[in-house]
Design a protein around this ligand. Structure first.
Ligand SMILES: [Zn+2]
Ligand SMILES: [Zn+2]
Length: 327
């Protein structure tokens, strides 16, 4: 595939906040003009799974079909730690239960994958927790009875996090009996913070070669497209709006236009210019970078920043008025 063909096939979308009143994110995805999306199937900081009424499930499925949306992924809750077996057995059991619940929700809603961060190695290194991770993934799959793929997401790394380097996934895929249940989700901000310099051809190439030799590029089922607030190699997970961080427009474009990542859903998890999560401006910047929108990313960002500043000053003025009136 050439860069031009890739520009035509890449599917652009965003993480959408899911509420009962927006068909669990579908209405938001439509509003943003997404071709693909991600939602939280449950509250991201609660162990208890969200429950869905039959009516809500049907309404989600109908809205999705009507919108003609491509793949939709669920992101697992943030509390999950599959490396916890030896150090925090209670957390471990809750993690497996939560992952199993998450998979069941994917089945109910008809989602295409559950993205999961594997968590900490508790200072034991990958070798010290690989049995824990493999058993956790396998048990979650068995207990859920689900066929939805689990997408392991790369992390910003540091010596305690599992999955900064893609070779970590090789050991996990190898040790799982049926590795067809596993896929990979590549987050650009995490990869960059880990040390893959996506601004350079060589950095992107290194990452892709490592993924290819670890699990095969065919296992990459989703991309998280985020800029990074921190410099390459700083090992911190800090998402930034596209072009406002250290990866920059060119680095993001390198990924979006990379022929070896052809046709993979590209999903924003950016903070948004008004701080309310992935927005139209970040999507427009992606559209511009792949040549689908005839406006420069700089101009789109300027417009979004002005709009956000206008909103902020309106809020400030509204707050100031009653304070003055009270004096
Ligand atoms: Zn991500
Ligand atoms: Zn992140």
């Amino acid at each position: 595939m050439s860069e031009n063909e890739q520009a035509n096939t890449v599917m652009l979308g965003a993480h959408c906040s899911a509420t009962k009143t927006n068909n669990f994110g579908i209405d938001r995805a439509v509003e943003l003009g997404c071709e693909t999306a991600q939602i939280f199937g449950s509250n991201k900081i609660q162990w208890k799974p969200k429950s869905y009424a039959d009516k809500e499930i049907q309404s989600f499925r109908d809205a999705r079909e009507k919108a003609g949306l491509g793949p939709i992924f669920s992101h697992a809750i943030y509390l999950i730690n599959l490396g916890a077996k030896h150090t925090k057995p209670e957390i471990y059991e809750k993690s497996i239960r939560s992952l199993s619940d998450g998979l069941k929700i994917c089945d109910l809603l008809g989602l295409d994958g559950l993205v999961v961060h594997l968590g900490s190695n508790y200072g034991l290194g990958l070798e010290g927790v690989i049995d824990s991770v493999v058993e956790g993934l396998t048990r979650a799959r068995e207990e859920s009875g689900s066929g939805t793929p689990l997408l392991l997401e790369n992390t910003a790394g540091n010596s305690r996090l599992i999955g900064g380097r893609f070779s970590d996934f090789a050991a996990i895929f190898d040790a799982v009996d049926d590795d067809r249940m596993l896929g990979v989700c590549v987050d650009t901000a995490h990869a960059f913070a880990f040390g893959y310099d996506l601004r350079e051809e060589a950095g992107l190439d290194l990452m892709l070669r490592e993924i290819e030799s670890a699990v095969g590029l065919g296992r990459v089922m989703a991309l998280h497209i985020n800029d990074s607030k921190v410099e390459c190699g700083r090992n911190l997970d800090r998402h930034e709006n596209l072009g406002q961080g250290h990866i920059g427009y060119e680095g993001i474009a390198n990924v979006l236009l990379e022929p070896r990542l052809g046709g993979i859903p590209a999903i924003l998890e950016t903070p948004g210019f008004d701080g309310n999560g992935p927005d139209e401006a970040n999507l427009d910047i992606m559209r511009s970078l792949v040549g689908r929108l005839d406006e420069s990313p700089q101009a789109i960002a300027r417009r979004a920043e002005q709009a956000a500043a206008g909103k902020r000053s309106k809020v400030r003025t509204a707050k100031r008025v009653p304070a003055k009136a009270g004096k």
